[in-house]
Design a protein around this ligand. Structure first.
Ligand SMILES: C[S@@+](CC[C@H](N)C(=O)[O-])C[C@H]1O[C@@H](n2cnc3c(N)ncnc32)[C@H](O)[C@@H]1O
Length: 167
C-alpha cells in the first residue's frame, strides 16, 4: 500500500529518473511538453514540479491530481485532491498527461477521456531485472490505444520504463 509519509525520502530517487528522462528526451521536448495544459496523474509530493522549476521549465499550466491530500499539501503547485479513476475534468481538458510511477495504482483509463485527440502521454514505471518484461507489457497494455513515439529505459537509482505516446 503506497503512503506519502514513506515517500518523503524518495525525492532523490525520483529526481534521478527525471534527470535521465530530460537527458534522453531533451530540453526542447520538456519545454514544449510542459508549455501545454498538462495533468500530472498521481503527482504525489510535487517532486516533478520542483525539478521542472529548478530546470527553468514552466509549470504554469501543470495541474496535479492525487488521492493523498497530505502529499498535496507539501506539493506547492496547482493540484486537486481526487481520484485518477474518476477525474473531475471535462473531456479533452488537457493537451498532455504525465504519469510517473502511478499507472500501477490508477487502474482505470479515465485519463484517456480528459486528454484531447492528438495529445501526448509521458508515462513511466519502475522495474527490476526480475519483473522487467511484466512491467513493460503492463505499460504497453495501458497505452495500447495510443501511438508510441518513444520507448526506453533509464537505469537510475531505481530503473524505469518510459513511454511517450500520442492519443
Ligand atoms: C509512487 S507515487 C509517484 C508520485 C509522483 N508521480 C512522483 O513522480 O514522485 C504514486 C502516487 O499515486 C497516488 N495515487 C494512488 N492511487 C491514486 C488514484 N486512484 N488517483 C490518484 N492518485 C493516486 C499516490 O497517492 C502517490 O502519491
Amino acid at each position: 500500500m503506497f503512503s506519502s509519509s514513506v515517500y518523503t525520502s524518495w525525492e532523490s530517487v525520483q529526481r534521478r529518473k527525471y534527470e535521465a528522462m530530460l537527458q534522453i528526451l531533451g530540453t526542447d521536448f520538456f519545454h514544449s511538453f510542459f508549455s501545454q495544459r498538462v495533468l500530472n496523474l498521481g503527482c504525489g509530493n510535487g517532486y516533478l514540479e520542483s525539478f521542472l522549476r529548478a530546470h527553468g521549465i514552466s509549470t504554469a499550466t501543470l495541474v496535479g491530481i492525487d488521492t493523498d491530500a497530505v502529499a498535496l499539501q507539501n506539493a506547492g503547485m496547482a493540484a486537486v485532491a481526487g481520484n485518477g479513476n474518476a477525474l473531475p475534468f471535462s473531456n479533452s481538458s488537457f493537451d498532455a498527461i504525465v504519469a510517473v510511477d502511478s499507472l500501477h495504482l490508477i487502474t482505470g483509463n479515465d485519463f484517456e477521456r480528459v486528454l484531447r485527440k492528438g495529445g501526448l502521454v509521458l508515462a513511466s514505471l519502475f522495474y527490476n531485472t526480475e519483473n522487467y518484461r511484466e512491467k513493460q507489457a503492463f505499460v504497453e497494455q495501458r497505452l495500447s490505444s495510443f501511438a508510441t513515439l518513444a520507448a526506453f529505459t533509464v537505469a537510475a537509482q531505481e530503473s524505469e520504463i518510459v513511454i511517450v505516446a500520442r492519443k
